[in-house]
Design a binder for this molecule. Structure first.
Ligand SMILES: [Zn+2]
Length: 279
């Protein structure tokens, strides 16, 4: 069985910490570099539910996309919910490692996994990383549909192929418009509209679209918006990352058991459609 330090070194090769945004907090949050790792769980959120899942599974390492402490802290007292997470992890000898914006822009990264889940062919990054001569790393992805779909068909496909959430997929735009080029970005994407327009996309699939950016984007032109639950757009990365670590484990002759969290940690839990609203 590998030591935690060996597994972390492999993860750092996939998602180097120096490629994270300056405001981000990635890397190892909890863990003894010398401890042995036999079982790994990937999840989007480091919250009580996924930590409980890691405990039940007998995991030695929990890898999450979202940071536990993004802005620092002065306490890990178990009276706070994040402190309780730290206590539970340490009591059960479970390490926590975070790959956030360094996984977003990786090749392959979070939006490749999202595109893959939707069966979309990735053409290039939506916002290329200028430091990548191959032009493959960056934020979001521009994808081509070899067989155009209508906006409604694309939304239905996203609803069917992404993990089920109360929200489903919200759509802005003509449901019968044809989509040949679609921009996708896992997580909050409403800062990317200029890039989406520059890419000539017919549709943009992302999460957390707010009223004003969405309204202004619609006023600019016929771009269709597909808004999924933030968690659902990032969850496919867990499967991608798990398969990457599985492959590394095989290559090193490690006997790692790699799992993907089945717990829905989208905070929204139910949805009441307005009577008479269009669907
Ligand atoms: Zn996110």
């Amino acid at each position: 069985m590998p030591r935690l330090s060996e597994v972390i070194a492999a993860l750092e090769k996939l998602w180097p910490a120096e490629r994270a945004e300056s405001w981000d907090a990635v890397g190892t949050v909890v863990g003894d570099p010398g401890q042995e790792v036999g079982r790994v769980l990937f999840a989007v959120d480091p919250v009580r539910e996924t930590v409980d899942e890691a405990v039940a599974l007998g995991a030695d390492l929990l890898v999450t996309h979202h940071p536990l402490y993004l802005r620092g802290t002065t306490t890990v007292a178990a009276s706070t919910f994040k402190g309780r997470v730290v206590h539970t992890l340490i009591k059960h000898d479970i390490a926590l490692h975070v790959a956030h914006t360094n996984a977003d822009t990786a090749d392959p990264g979070v939006s490749d996994a999202l595109a893959g889940a939707l069966g979309l062919r990735v053409v290039r990054p939506l916002v290329p990383d200028a430091t990548d001569p191959a032009g493959r790393r960056g934020l979001g992805r521009v994808c081509a549909l070899d067989h155009p779909l209508t906006v409604r068909e694309l939304a239905d496909r996203a609803a069917a192929r992404l993990p089920a959430t109360a929200q489903g997929i919200r759509v802005a735009g003509d449901p019968d418009a044809l989509v040949r080029t679609v921009a996708v970005s896992g997580g909050s994407g409403d800062s990317l509209f200029d890039h989406v327009r520059a890419a000539g996309a017919d549709a943009f699939l992302t999460a957390d679209l707010r009223h004003h950016p969405a309204s202004e984007a619609r006023a600019h032109g016929p771009l269709a918006l597909l808004d999924a639950a933030h968690w659902a757009t990032e969850w496919p990365w867990c499967e991608l990352a798990a398969s990457q670590l599985d492959e590394i484990s095989d290559r090193h002759g490690w006997d790692l058991r790699v799992h993907v969290s089945a717990t829905v940690t989208d905070p929204w839990t139910s949805h009441s459609p307005s009577p008479g609203a269009p669907n």
